[in-house]
Design a protein around this ligand. Sequence first.
Ligand SMILES: [Zn+2]
Length: 410
Amino acid sequence: MALLSARSTASRTARRATLGALLLCAVLAARAFAQTDAGESAARPGAGCPAGTTEVRPGACRAPQLPPPSIVDYRPRSTLVTPTHEVRRAKYPVIDFHGHPEDRLGSEDALAAMVRSLDSINVRMIVSADNMSGQRLASTVARVNASPYKDRVRVLAGINFRDVGPGWAENAVAQLEADVAAGAVGVGEISKGFGLSIRKPDGSRLRLDDPALDPIWDACARLRLPVFIHTADPEEFFRPIDYANERWLEQALFPSRHYDPARYPSFEQLITERDNLFRRHPKTTFVTAHLGWQANDLARLGKLLDELPNVYTEIGAVLYDIGRQPRGAHDFFVKYQDRVLFGKDSFQPSEYPYYWRVLETRDEYFDYYRGYHAFWKLYGIDLPDSVLQKVYYRNALRITPRIPQAGWPK
Ligand SMILES: [Zn+2]
């Protein structure tokens, strides 16, 4: 009995000592976080600084003494002085594989104005990815061919994904053949609505890898038409719009760009279906637009290109991701130099020179052309001439045999 009591006293003492040590640690930790000057508050371990404050020393948070600007008004002017090389015209003639000329193909005057813009930036050919088909495609091609600019424009054919079910494929293939006879050189831009929102007659979502679509992809292989396809959107559009979201401002400016998980498939679901589609049709050439929305994870995009030699990609509207990783992007473009096409997307002649500067120079820390995509600066990735030529025109020529192959620099 006495022995037992002595034992329990000893273990009680040990427990007390452990408890005391733990308490001391907690107090020390709390003090470390609480050692703040007047006007400062303590960061909460694991949670960072409270709203409205910023961490000024480890664990100490301070609020600005001036009224802070809103996110839209804070535009710090860089004081960095480094060599700058504006590139007005691309070093080699360019095929813009992701063009949206829209009304600029509507009359000879509009065409002439567009070609003047293209000349000023050295874009020799714009590929219209405006999803045209039928009469509109035929009359557009006829107008271009009757103009002095017939070598400056080519047109992709659209596919109508409504009412996919019995009889759909026969009609779609017949329409595609007619569009090719009228002058289409490829298919696209298949819009992001394919996968995100287009439904079948029974109300179910049309998956990208739906077997009912197989005949159209097989027809593209038979007709040697590259398929230009935009799948999903930046991954941040599928995530909660909180203050850690890299695209908070963009989604606040354009709320329809956000995809509520209650209504839309996830980014991963869409990418999985897309890759299934590419895998299912190894004889069909696919060009995944916008670096497949994986420009922020080039190693993952590289894996896709490694696995599937029928897949190519295009750089429209993701310059902000290329230019923020100049070493990684340089190595990616060199490694996959036969798989990457130039494309711009939105037709803004003043924006192309940003692409030339990122692709061709070693410039550092310069502005991007939109104020809401990227909260960082860009760097040049300094591609070798042989890689530039492939990205600018050679790869597009190679995968699009219906584009005239003569007249380009060797
Ligand atoms: Zn587009």
